[in-house]
Design a binder for this molecule. Sequence first.
Ligand code: ZN
Ligand code: ZN
Length: 359
Amino acid sequence: VIESDYSRRRALAFSALVGRRLDALLVSSPASIRYLTGFTGSRGLLVLLPGAARLLTDARYKLQAAAETGCKVSAVRGSLLTAAARSFPGKRTRLGFSPRHLSHEEFLDLAGQVRSGVKLIPDGGLVETLRMVKSPREIELLRLSARLNSEAFSRAVSVIRPGVSELDLACEIDHLSRKLGAEKPAFETIVAFSAHSAMPHASAGAKTLSRNELVLIDMGAFRQGYASDMTRMVFAGSPGRRVRKVYGAVLEAQLAAVAAVRDGVTAGSVDRAARRVLRAHGSERAFVHACGHGLGLEIHEAPRLGKGDKTRLEVGMAITVEPGVYLQEFGGIRIEDTVVVTRNGCEILTPTSKELLTV
Ligand code: ZN
Ligand code: ZN
């Protein structure tokens, strides 16, 4: 991502601001600050005013901020929020803020320090909405992140054998990802064996793998700031009838959901396509979560692909498609790809095969 991208994004954010009848914006989400400026530090606030952007941070990040961003940087002593509050002129200023990225305490602090005449107004997820549609450069970064993630998966498969623990395998995945160039895992790597995988977000534990057990691996990494996310299943041995049957149903649902992705459809219709298939197999009630989510600078971004979600998919949106079936005692089966919406469908960024892998 280059500096002209950031100034273009700030210009877009500013027009969106005007569209919502706001005069200024306080950006407090680190991912949105990064999106609008390139700044990757952990402490910062961005003040957007007509034709001007100012990044507030502290002395620890002064050099880094100057190197990473082309916008004006101030290294503040003391409270960033106080400095931000004083940046907005009084006299009927409608100031947008993000309720999701400001604690109640911070909100009260801000409200108590802005000049009289400044009115605080929720920004309606303005920057998050812009972030949903990725530029070609961002799509390339997502593609490279997905490729790295799949490479780490294929190398980690060699340690899957009876006796390996969930934690061993999760550590191996994280280690390989880092060696391949990831900054960090995009979320805590999920490795769950058999019955344990019936919990969709199981934490890897000390359980060791036995013959004829299912392995669920949900992994992702940040590479140059962009997240990848993939779930694959491995079977240690030769899968019996029930495993093949449930796997076949989830795969069919995943393929149907991927086929439903295209410009203009609602996010909910993708979820519906997966549910329809699972219903026909009698396992819709075991699909206990949404079908997917957006991803980019964060692992979970807008849009959400849940039941009835009305957001219209647009060309350039990056989303996951991840139906799953969770059965107590038997375990869980989920298959997840990352895709980018195109005019007539989508491009699948995840290169890993979706056949049930056996070891
Ligand atoms: Zn995942
Ligand atoms: Zn996911």
